[in-house]
Design a protein around this ligand. Structure first.
Ligand SMILES: [Zn+2]
Length: 226
């Protein structure tokens, strides 16, 4: 949800496997517990403590972080399990309490390169929960955030492609979806006539982490919006 696409992985120390990840998470988040469920899957649940720069507690949020299939190449699902945040689009939370931290394409891209849960929490939680507090006292209006659902997807394409026209975005997607394997030396899908490697290669690299089926669905939704 918050518009920030860079995530510095494992700064300061290396997390090499889930066990190390788990230890790092529990050490830096004393309100969270690691729970192995009856079916053998595991979750982290409890309180996330939002702190200020001096390390003083601002507010605690009840959360549940669900099992990570294909760890570390998956996006963790995080639920707000308390009543601190209203479960509405405005707070980027689904009715079930699932928090939307960022656009799916960005998260898929991060996961495809290996996403440690510790890094995910350190990066997204302070941003999201402090944004919520500002929003709750109506001070967040000037903060940048993604629009909801399809409009958010349009906005997302506008940013990664640096193209504002929705027709042109659709043309780009149409071309991209028809190619089975993008090649750096073919002409870019934006119609610039320039080779992909000198044009929209970065955007294509983000999109490649998301399945064509999901992109196809979004493409049809965007077409309807315009
Ligand atoms: Zn291009």
């Amino acid at each position: 949800m918050l518009n920030n696409t860079s995530l510095t992985l494992n700064r300061g120390f290396k997390i090499r496997n889930f066990e190390e990840d788990k230890i790092a998470i529990l050490k830096s988040n004393p309100g969270l517990h690691f729970v192995i469920q009856n079916d053998g899957t595991y979750i982290f649940s409890g309180n996330y403590y939002l702190k200020n720069d001096e390390g003083k507690l601002i507010k605690s949020f009840n959360v549940k972080i669900t099992p990570l299939k294909n760890y570390p190449n998956s996006v963790p699902i995080v639920y707000s399990t308390g009543d601190e945040i209203e479960k509405i689009d405005d707070y980027h939370i689904s009715k079930e309490g699932i928090i939307c931290f960022d656009h799916t394409y960005t998260l898929n891209k991060l996961a495809s390169g290996g996403l440690r849960l510790y890094d995910f929490i350190e990066f997204y939680f302070p941003k999201y929960f402090s944004w919520v507090l500002l929003k709750q006292c109506e001070k967040a209006e000037n903060l940048k955030e993604w629009a909801h659902q399809d409009n958010g997807t349009i906005q997302y394409f506008q940013e990664i492609l640096r193209i504002s026209d929705i027709d042109k975005i659709c043309d780009f997607l149409d071309c991209y979806l028809k190619v089975s394997k993008p090649s750096r030396n073919e002409k870019c899908y934006c119609g610039s006539g320039i080779k992909l490697k000198n044009c929209h290669l970065d955007a294509v690299n983000i999109l490649r982490a998301t399945s064509k089926k999901e992109l196809q669905n979004d493409y049809h939704k965007i077409k309807k919006v315009k």
